[in-house]
Write a protein that binds this ligand. Structure first.
Ligand code: NAP
Length: 247
């Protein structure tokens, strides 16, 4: 444990499992108090909260469906209100739907854009109202925004590509307030969404340089770096944590 984030308050959306849980735990390890949102997995969210509290930091889990903009804004305001500050927002919760173009419905389009694009937008809008100099916005995208090697990714890749524009534009806009905005694009990462022993894993591994999936902790390490004092001069940037998939 180090104390790079001592006294900071962070919120991670979708922190009950997978990459979000790893990020929440890592930020707490670095000293932050961490709130996390979840959609369904209350018990697992409480499990992450317990782990953070055991490590000596404050933690809370808030049920907030990212498809509901009011719920997302309420979660941000609740954390800032109860803990008196807001320093780090990690927009991690994501909707992952793969299908050929002609099989995608308008409802699926709306749901994916609501969770992957609108939620980061409104969460950031709410968060910056509470942030002072040194604030950090970190979006979790996907490397499929940069390299399309499989069919079926049109909706998901489109939604994640929107985060590149959001990150750059807000990096510019918020720079004067010393708030940085960055994008971490994971590649295949071993979670329930994309297990490293899943049916497509061998093919995916073949597209990477390192030949294997990321562990969620690998993505969390990049987020922690951007969130910490050493990341202070990086803004508007995209960091691929993908084992060389996009090379
Ligand atoms: P995961 O294992 O499926 O976990 C998803 C997390 O997000 C859970 O905590 C889940 O909460 C939460 N969540 C999902 N939909 C939500 C919603 N509508 N509202 C609030 N919370 C919601 O996924 P992951 O692999 O960790 O992915 C995390 C992020 O990384 C996503 O943005 C994903 O697109 C991106 N990513 C993942 C990979 C990969 O290979 N795993 C690769 C590139 C990018 P509940 O537990 O309550 O359902």
């Amino acid at each position: 444990m180090n104390n790079a984030l001592d006294g900071k308050v962070a919120l991670v959306t979708g922190g009950s499992r997978g990459i979000g849980a790893a990020v929440a735990l890592r930020l707490a390890e670095e000293g932050a108090d961490v709130a996390l949102t979840f959609q369904r997995s209350q018990q697992r969210a409480e499990g992450v909260v317990d782990q953070i509290k055991t490590a000596g930091r404050r933690a809370v889990a808030v049920r907030a469906d990212s498809a509901d903009p009011a719920a997302v804004v309420d979660a941000v305001d609740q954390v800032a209100g109860e803990w008196g500050r807001f320093d780090i927002l990690v927009n991690n919760a994501g909707a992952f739907l793969l299908n050929p173009l002609e099989e995608l419905s308008l409802d699926e389009f709306e749901q994916t854009v609501a969770v992957n694009v609108r939620a980061p937008f409104v969460a950031t809008q709410a968060a910056v109202r509470h942030m002072s100099a040194g604030g950090r916005i970190i979006n979790i995208g996907s490397n499929v925004a940069e390299r399309a090697v499989f069919p079926g990714f049109s909706l998901y890749a489109m939604s994640k590509t929107a985060l590149i524009g959001l990150t750059k534009a807000l990096g510019r806009e918020l720079g004067g307030r010393a708030i940085t905005v960055n994008l971490v694009n994971p590649g295949a990462t071993d979670t329930e969404l994309n297990p490293a022993d899943g049916p497509n894993a061998e093919t995916i591994n073949g597209f990477t340089a390192l030949g294997h999936y990321a562990d969620p902790a690998d993505v969390a390490a990049a987020v922690a770096f951007l969130a910490g004092p050493d990341g202070r001069y990086i803004t508007g940037a995209t960091i691929n944590v993908d084992g060389g998939f996009t090379i």
